[in-house]
Ligand binder design. Sequence first.
Ligand SMILES: Cc1cc2nc3c(=O)[nH]c(=O)nc-3n(C[C@H](O)[C@H](O)[C@H](O)COP(=O)(O)OP(=O)(O)OC[C@H]3O[C@@H](n4cnc5c(N)ncnc54)[C@H](O)[C@@H]3O)c2cc1C
Length: 383
Amino acid sequence: MSPLPQTHSTQANDSTAAATTRAESFILSTLTTVAADLIEYNTMHLACQADRLITLTQESDIEPAVAELDKLGAPVFVLSGGSNVILPEALHASVLHPAYKGIEVLAEDANSITLEVMGGENWHELVVYTVNQGWYGLENLALIPGLVGASPVQNIGAYGVQLEDYMTHVKAFHLPTQTWHNFDKADCQFSYRDSIFKQQAGQWLITRVGFKLHKDALKVNANYGDVSSLALAKAQAEKRSAISAKDVMQAIIEIRQSKLPDPKQLPNCGSFFKNPIIDNGQFTTLSAKYPNIVGYPVGNEHTKVAAGWLIDNAGLKGKGIAPILTHKKQALVLVNHSTADSSTPASQHDILATQQLIQQTIQDQFGVALEREPVWVNNEARH
Ligand SMILES: Cc1cc2nc3c(=O)[nH]c(=O)nc-3n(C[C@H](O)[C@H](O)[C@H](O)COP(=O)(O)OP(=O)(O)OC[C@H]3O[C@@H](n4cnc5c(N)ncnc54)[C@H](O)[C@@H]3O)c2cc1C
């Protein structure tokens, strides 16, 4: 893995003349990216032809690009790592792909550091880089696919940590009004897998994300599942008695690699369904019939049920409608088994067939409605 660049000139201060040049070259690049094939731009590896693909290598590309696209009247769709989207076969939109990179230190003292990271950076590489620098907090979010700019959209979370725990601010471009905005954490309206950017889908292009990280290697959050025991084994192997943030990161990477399919080998988009929240009465009834059902209390009146348990116990692990099947080790993940060079790559329709089979089976057997987690994009880029 190549280290993140320690640069830090961001491009926000480009001169007007430079911006004009970019505008002209943008028109050319528009011509050369018509009818773009997005199969390699989504981790589900679905066939998708987009009207245009515009790779934004500098933040200063955005204003002229969006202004030009506005004249064409076609919708705009932001696609980063493509790890949380279900794309249509024909996407009648101009796809903006953030590729602007860089990381800047905004402030630092003995205990903490505040960073600003460009949205085109790879998320997992950022996590590894910060931990290796001795800047901690993001270690529990290791190995989540995607780019930094997408991380606030669903307030990514894993192993007891959510993005909002360490994120300080966001800079974003409002596509409908073509204006720049700065958000502090409260402005982002974060909740579980949700934010203002998800609520106002399609309106924002996030360009920079700020983080405040700490420098205490022993301040860790290892209370989730097997993380603590695995991290401790790593510490003890090096004759240390206390778990460090790096131990936690490595434990989480191992756990994820053992449970989740690598999209490069088995295309997928992570958890396909949200864990449904039902009322306690229904959970009690289900528990009487299925004593092993897995649920976690949510407030006093509701229970969050493990969607993976429901799918597994409905006999659907490893099943579905080919080529889209649930994963053999983790029933919550749908895997695309059509091969890269298949003459008929899988499409959104194939996903829908398996999605509906699972939803209907779970509804019939448990009386529980499952909701899809990844973003479903239609032909006009609405989602
Ligand atoms: C194997 C696997 C494991 C996963 N594990 C987790 C997990 O543990 N926790 C978790 O929370 N998620 C997980 N995910 C889901 C996914 O990785 C995250 O949601 C990730 O943040 C998506 O990033 P992306 O760059 O791929 O976004 P994309 O899929 O490209 O886009 C997702 C959505 O965000 C919008 N968007 C993208 N970039 C921007 C931007 N710069 N500005 C504004 N809007 C934007 C898109 O329009 C789209 O609506 C997993 C996915 C996979 C495949």
